[in-house]
Design a protein around this ligand. Structure first.
Ligand code: IMP
Length: 205
């Protein structure tokens, strides 16, 4: 991110995702800023194919597709679970490990199995989030957040989404899925990336 970060001047923003868990969390984050956030799904925009090799590339694909189709600035999130003993897998493939239709019970079992296959005793992992804010003229800004923790099996809790039931953030005993949305918002990778976006692009409250 350079010195000349472009500010978000309009109060209309497209949330470039079809993931209900992300929409809920991003809506909670933008709410205090009186931003009228519309999801890509509400606008009937297609979910583009994620052909990138990094979180940033995939976030950019989604943000530019939504900004181009809507004529409005669009914020996209690409995120996932990176397990140290699995060289960062599932990483950008986190959603795809859940198959189609998505089954995160199966995806979490797959993570456990992969750790067993690797003979791993290091269960450290992190959630990573890259936000891309793209404008219809092609301008883009990126913001990254991470939260480190330890994987715990069996999965616990029914809040949140995705891999939340198996990640216990450092300094806590509960998984993210056992926390309220406000507790998760205080420390999540998405909230940390959003904090950078807010500081760079939004007017102070
Ligand atoms: P994406 O839509 O390709 O970015 O998929 C990201 C995937 O990573 C989601 O479907 C979840 O499986 C996982 N993920 C991202 N953020 C979180 C989170 O906050 N909690 C749990 N899983 C997450």
């Amino acid at each position: 991110m350079g010195e000349n970060v472009r500010k978000l001047l309009s109060n209309r923003l497209i949330i470039a995702t079809h993931n209900d868990g992300k929409i809920k969390e991003i809506n909670e984050l933008v709410r205090p800023y009186r931003i009228a956030a519309t999801s890509a799904g509400e606008l009937g925009l297609d979910d583009p194919e994620e052909t990138g090799k990094t979180f940033a590339e995939n976030a950019a694909i989604k943000a530019h597709a939504a900004a181009g189709a809507s004529g409005l600035p669009a914020l996209a999130d690409d995120s996932g679970l990176a397990v140290a003993a699995l060289d960062g897998a599932p990483g950008i493939y986190s959603a795809r490990w859940a198959g189609d239709p998505r089954d995160f019970g199966a995806a979490m079992a797959k993570v456990k199995q992969a750790l067993q296959n690797a003979g791993a005793d290091d269960f450290s992992a992190k959630f990573v989030c890259v936000l891309c804010l793209a404008w219809p003229d092609g301008h883009e800004e990126f913001f990254t957040g991470e939260v480190h923790g330890t994987l715990s099996f069996p999965p616990r809790g029914d809040q949140g989404f995705g891999y939340d039931p198996i990640l216990v953030p450092d300094g806590f005993e509960e998984t993210f899925a056992e926390m309220t949305s406000a507790e998760k918002r205080a420390l999540s990778h998405r909230a940390r990336a959003f904090d950078k976006f807010r500081t760079a692009c939004l007017p102070p409250l």
